[in-house]
Design a protein around this ligand. Sequence first.
Ligand code: HEM
Length: 535
Amino acid sequence: MGAIPLQWAWASLPSAAVSSITLFILLVSYGFLLAVYRLTIHPLARFPGPKLSAATGWYECYLDIFRGPGKTFAFEIERMHERYGPIVRINPHEIHVSDPDFFDTLYAGGSAVRGKYAPAAHVQGTPEGIFGTVDHNAHRRRRQAISSYFSKQSVLQDQKIVDDKIELLCDFFRQKLKEGKEVNIRVPLLAVGTDVFCAHTLGERGSMDLLRDWDRAVEWRQSIIALLHWTPVVRQFPWVIPFAIDLPVGLINVASKEMGLVVSIFRVQARSLSFHNSLRVQAAAAIAEHDQLQGEHKARANVFHTILSSNLTTQDKDVKRMAQEGFGILSASGDTIARSMTMAMYYLHADPHSLERLKDELKIVLPDPQGQIDLATLERLPWLTAVLKESLRIAALITTRAPLTAPTEWLRYGDWAIPPNTPISMTLSSLMMNPETFPSPDAFQPERWLESNPDYKKNMSYFVAFHKGHRNCIGINLAWCQMYFALAKMIRRFDFELYGVVKERDIDYHRDCFLGEPRDDTMGVRMRVISEDRG
Ligand code: HEM
């Protein structure tokens, strides 16, 4: 009886409504059938994990975008492991493993072939830089072209560039001592990290000189924070930044002030710092000048000249790709160092015993606090080295999982065989804070890294702050050089004190933004310079 009025009602609907309803029914049916497929005959169907996240990627999207800081997907992954064990299917396509002993299998180097999972690779908005390159062979070629520029030998040659910037950092603290004002220490540390990168990698023409311009340093810091805060969105929708870049600035600012700041990194910054400082302009200038350069300088004048001197294809040497490479390295360098050094400064000043021991060690090699010292001497200092390693561990910097694929082999974890090309991930921060490998992971214990410690070798095998394998940190030598000089000179010359820092608010990881960020109400890690040892 009821069927006749329904047919009649359907027939009387306007055709646009009929199309919309039909489309809706088709979409729902498609979604339903897709979910059934993923839960039953998909190659990952048998892997443990929650059914909802196995059925749809929208679950991850929902958590990352709408559950906001503190409850994003990175935290959910930890809960999944607590419930389902060390291997979990975290979304329809991806397996996550929480077992430090699987690290060397997944992140293998040598002859292993490893691709990067595109959504993770494109989070920086630089798909053609090494960080963003998905294909294994293309990544090897592009990385090989610039690896000599970041080698230990190259950094040793350039240590004076780094040291000069650390001197400017010390001038900054001298000024703060005179003013008697506290400072959020992450701002000058980001400024020095960025200035070192520019001076070392882009050459003098690329200098942003943040250490000489506090307002610009603060603005840069705000832009980097905005970029970090947008990371969860960009991870889900990688087109967001390229799309926003082409919109009028006024419109973007109305929609989101933070996105306005992000876009300024890519666009306005280049204009306001004049032509010479835009990465694209610098890449173009390198192309124009390259043939005129002679000798060793030709390949080392800056990273663009290194690329131009390599045997990469003409396509890989074009302005757009080279600019992406420059930006990718820039965004990988500044804040990683700043956050690690901030952690070192916080934990040392919260632990007077470690601080005093470091001061004593430094007094022996630097009897005159204003004297100079070289990298090799600093690297030989056991306590300084241990403090830096423990700071990198406890900073547990990279909170976003790092998915790779193994296109040519089945990877095995226990009884599980993972099909080729499946994105498989692990999370560096969880590994560094794993209580089984690092007992009392929340305690700052540089002793873990003294060679006299019976666990030293084991600890070193689980030290993954710079990642491992083909995709490890290319800037590791530059990072160490900078951290050694910065910490040694800051601690030898100045006395600092913490100013109103609340660990739960200002230090602890609360928000997964690729780097783990503290709570939104953080006041920053504020410190006061209280005296200088002038010798
Ligand atoms: C304390 C400082 C640093 C830490 C802890 C660190 C850590 C890391 C980690 C864990 C990765 C792998 C990320 C992933 O695959 O998801 C990485 C990659 C990378 N890092 Fe660093 N980094 C630091 C400093 C630097 C510096 C100073 C530079 C540049 C001069 C740099 C440039 C890069 C680049 C370009 C990559 C991508 C490498 C590739 O995909 O082949 N990093 N870094």
